[in-house]
Design a protein around this ligand. Structure first.
Ligand code: NI
Length: 213
């Protein structure tokens, strides 16, 4: 009964294996990270190629001026989303950004540090003016209507949600904590996890400045 191998069956099995292999290949293509970086250290966060990060926003800066992302063309944008009342994570990240820029020396002039609030109710223009100046003299603080902030956060895939507490005024905002590096044309280059070593951030930005003018 088994003396004659069933060729059609083997053929069907091979076809099934080929289909599985193809499906696996397609899945790998879709999920493989965007190749980033030019030098040796493991850096930044791998982002699947099909995930778009960033895009056009219209907000108000800490001087009360209406601005769009296009106002920062020609410079790399280093963007962080957070809020002024954040007890620890935001101040640490903004400090890291400032240290990274200082680390870069004169080359830092090609980078615009930007803080976008996810708490526009409390982070007013006046509040932001003082807040960002605590971290870096060139840091721009951006606020806007809740709708404008939500739109910008959505483009950068930033999660944020108010955490209710005792009083209405005294609340925390849960939020994701990444630092985004955008190119001179406003397109996404890479992003850094929270608590990335500022020296590493400085090295990566410097590499981008050298490799893409
Ligand atoms: Ni925070």
């Amino acid at each position: 009964m088994f003396s004659k191998p069933s060729y059609p069956l083997i053929g069907a099995m091979l076809a099934a294996l080929a289909a599985i292999a193809l499906a696996a290949y397609v899945a790998w293509q879709v999920t493989r990270p965007v190749p980033i970086a030019t030098s040796g250290i493991t850096r930044s966060v791998a982002v699947p190629a099909q995930i778009k990060i960033g895009g056009p926003f219209t907000l108000t800066d800490h001087e009360g001026k209406r601005v769009t992302d296009a106002d920062y063309r020609g410079k790399l944008m280093l963007i962080y989303f957070g809020y002024g009342f954040c007890p620890d994570v935001c101040p640490t990240e903004l400090q890291n950004i400032a240290v990274a820029l200082d680390e870069m020396g004169d080359a830092a002039a090609a980078v615009q540090p930007i803080f976008i609030t996810v708490d526009p109710e409390r982070d007013t223009v006046d509040f932001l003016a003082e807040y960002v100046s605590n971290f870096h003299s060139r840091m721009v603080g951006l606020t806007g209507s809740s709708k404008e902030i939500d739109a910008a956060a959505t483009l950068y895939r930033v999660y944020h949600a108010k955490v209710k507490s005792g009083s209405d005024e005294d609340y925390l905002v849960d939020h994701s904590s990444f630092v985004y590096l955008m190119g001179r044309d406003g397109t996404f280059l890479t992003m850094f996890r929270g608590a990335t070593d500022p020296k590493k951030i400085a090295t990566i930005i410097s590499d981008y400045l050298k490799s893409r003018t």
